[in-house]
Write a protein that binds this ligand. Structure first.
Ligand code: PSU
Ligand code: MN
Length: 316
């Protein structure tokens, strides 16, 4: 018999998510927690104003009645709930990576840092035992996807991850009807919050409609609870801006077309498209898109806080 060889030098196993003490205490006690992504801070909002937005979003979750858990990977460690110093780092580093699910394993293994997208935030939140997540807009099917195959991993992750995401629809640069079709194929549950009009991120109406609406945080929580007992995968709650808080729809159509043309002209592709386009929009609209972007994230964070509170109140 061959002598048993000592194993190869061990590569340390990937770290389980590290929970902040506030998040850990809340989860242990069954109190409501809402996960927040860091890509929208690091790659969606301009520095240095993104740092104040990070605090405002966490405060909005608290106003809704839950503990905020912003998620990012720092030096190879996935963190669920960030300290003020860690939020400083996420918001200040211009070279921070953008980590979707497939990138997480590399960052963890090689000790890298990065902001988490909807897909990787959802995965880490679910691993930590968090059921509710707030963001701005989901990724989805890009216009031209028939040629480029550019479809966000957000969709496939939501088809497998038992979590409720509050958003203002999908990113406005996407093909919205195609994204809704893909969510149907992937069996992602989608409900409007007090509307069957699917919101268009900066604008209240994307032009697409939904089959279902929920009328309260309790109903939204009940849909997630029912889904969990039934099939893997998540629930999207689409929360539109009120008409008087949206971006002027005419300005919207003009600046989006302009930004997409600029991205095509500059040859920007793949995961760089969204940061490029958002920066362009904020500039050509003279900050109008930025103000609306922050407002819709705050509204989603507060609603997510209420839904998490309703979920925590359900009998287990
Ligand atoms: N929507 C925004 N700003 C953003 C994003 C979405 O208004 O920064 C981010 C989210 O983190 C989302 C990601 O998960 O873009 C999707 O990127 P991609 O299309 O490259 O998959
Ligand atoms: Mn993409």
């Amino acid at each position: 018999m061959l002598p048993s060889r000592p194993g190869p030098p061990a590569v340390p196993p990937a770290r389980a998510p590290v929970l902040s003490s506030e998040v850990a205490d809340a989860l242990t006690a069954g109190r409501p927690v809402v996960a927040l992504e860091s890509t929208l801070l690091a790659h969606g909002l301009p520095r240095p104003d993104n740092r104040a937005a990070a605090d405002q979003v966490e405060a909005a979750v608290r106003a809704g009645g839950a503990v905020p858990a912003t998620i990012a990977v720092l030096d190879g460690v996935p963190h669920v709930g960030l300290t003020p110093d860690q939020l400083d780092r996420v918001c200040a580093d211009p070279d921070l990576a953008k980590l979707a699910v497939r990138d997480l394993s590399v960052a963890l293994a090689l000790g890298r840092s990065g902001a988490t997208t909807v897909s990787s935030t959802a995965l880490l939140a679910a691993a930590a035992g968090i059921g509710v997540f707030a963001t701005g807009g989901l990724g989805g099917v890009h216009r031209e996807a028939a040629d480029t195959f550019d479809e966000s991993a957000d969709l496939t992750t939501l088809s497998r991850t038992p979590l409720l995401v509050v958003c203002a629809g999908v990113k406005s640069i996407l093909d919205v009807p195609a994204t809704l079709e893909r969510m149907e194929s992937l069996s992602v549950t989608v409900v409007g919050y007090r509307t069957t009009t699917f919101p268009g991120f900066y604008v209240a109406d994307s032009g697409s409609t939904l089959d279902w609406a929920v009328s309260s945080p309790e109903e939204a929580a009940a849909v997630l609870a029912a889904r969990r007992g039934l099939a893997p995968g998540g629930v999207v709650v689409a929360n539109p801006l009120p008409d008087d808080e949206q971006l002027d729809p005419e300005l919207h159509d003009r600046v989006i077309a302009d930004a997409l043309a600029a991205a095509a002209q500059a040859g920007v592709r793949g995961k760089a498209v969204t940061p490029f386009v958002l920066e362009h929009l904020h500039r050509v609209s003279q900050g109008a898109t930025l103000a609306v972007n922050v407002r819709l994230v705050l509204r989603n964070a507060e609603l997510a806080g209420r839904i998490a509170a309703a979920l925590a109140a359900l009998p287990r």
